[in-house]
Write a protein that binds this ligand. Sequence first.
Ligand SMILES: NC(=O)c1ccc[n+]([C@@H]2O[C@H](COP(=O)([O-])OP(=O)(O)OC[C@H]3O[C@@H](n4cnc5c(N)ncnc54)[C@H](OP(=O)(O)O)[C@@H]3O)[C@@H](O)[C@H]2O)c1
Length: 356
Amino acid sequence: MLSINLYRMQSNKNNIECCLIRVRFCKTIGGILMKAIVWTKYGAPDVLQLQEIEKPTPKDNEVLIKVLAATVTAGDCEVRSSKFPLWLWIIMRLYIGLRKPKRITILGQELAGKIESVGKDVTLFKKGDQIFASPFFGSYAEYMCLPEDGVLAIKPANMTYEEAATVPTGGFTSLHFLRKGNIQSGQRVLINGAGGSIGTIGVQLAKYFGGEVTAVDSTMKLDMLRSIGADKVIDYTQEDFTKNGETYDVIFDIVGKSSFSGSIKSLKKKGFYLIANPTLSKMVRGKWTSMISSKKVITKMAKDNIEDLNFFRELIEAGNLKTVIDRRYPLEQIIEAHSYVDTGQKTGNVVITFGL
Ligand SMILES: NC(=O)c1ccc[n+]([C@@H]2O[C@H](COP(=O)([O-])OP(=O)(O)OC[C@H]3O[C@@H](n4cnc5c(N)ncnc54)[C@H](OP(=O)(O)O)[C@@H]3O)[C@@H](O)[C@H]2O)c1
């Protein structure tokens, strides 16, 4: 493999900027290489390997994105280690690969970056556009291609790449479930597991929809939850919300750790119990409860779409939605980043940086 480093001096009116352009040629195929985190085995974070692989070329209907920020979500860690409720484990293994990952070999479900080039049929984006996106995996790489009608949109002008990359996954899931909860102004909404990627956006969306929000999480996250708008907070290490006699119009259980019967009891008549991480048993009991009572249980998964991404941009630019970033790791420290998220203790989001 031949590796050439070119130092280029660029001047602009105020300063002289030195950029390092690394161009790496693959001897065997003549293509340009890029850094990516390749995933070839299910297991602990050290199954993730930093490799140099061929930089993709956009098809006629695709854009080539220079990835400038990605994230490590709880979902990435669950996929990496294949830790799911049984029903989901079977579906995921059948889809990704029974013994080892085959259909998905680069993780990373969200990103922000810049369009580097576009295929000849692309009309929606142009070179230089700053975007945020929700690819179906693949963002742990310096470049990736997406169809122009994929789930990508112009990045909010008032967010950095690192901030914008954290929005799609938490945003789609929160918006999907909270819309199903049909929150009316002044209704009481409880969010369980509010301090993570989904919950920090969920708290703000529930407030935006007019709810009076109670956020449940561990002690160290409560001040942050108040700061993003929670009206009340409950420390789950001290108090079980299903046993304190309070009732809610909507309970959004993001971590899926609240007791089913306790949560149903804590719902008002015609209330909604929204479960982002349901077991098969909760899905079956949910269907039954929805059939025989006025209370509705929603377990259907969220779907990503461009309209919602544009909705998030509008909310963010209007100052109605912000993001919470806990830690940042360079791509090269992906194992450390996954190990931290595996602890379950992250506050908000963990970002992967690409040396802007
Ligand atoms: N249904 C869907 O469409 C969908 C989409 C994406 C993700 N998900 C799933 O949703 C789940 C959560 O995702 P996330 O990204 O928000 O995770 P996250 O960022 O890890 O946040 C989870 C939060 O829950 C807290 N928590 C842990 N145990 C708790 C308990 N017993 N009671 C209350 N809070 C508790 C954690 O804090 P401490 O650890 O400090 O206690 C953490 O703040 C994941 O399992 C993910 O796979 C579902």
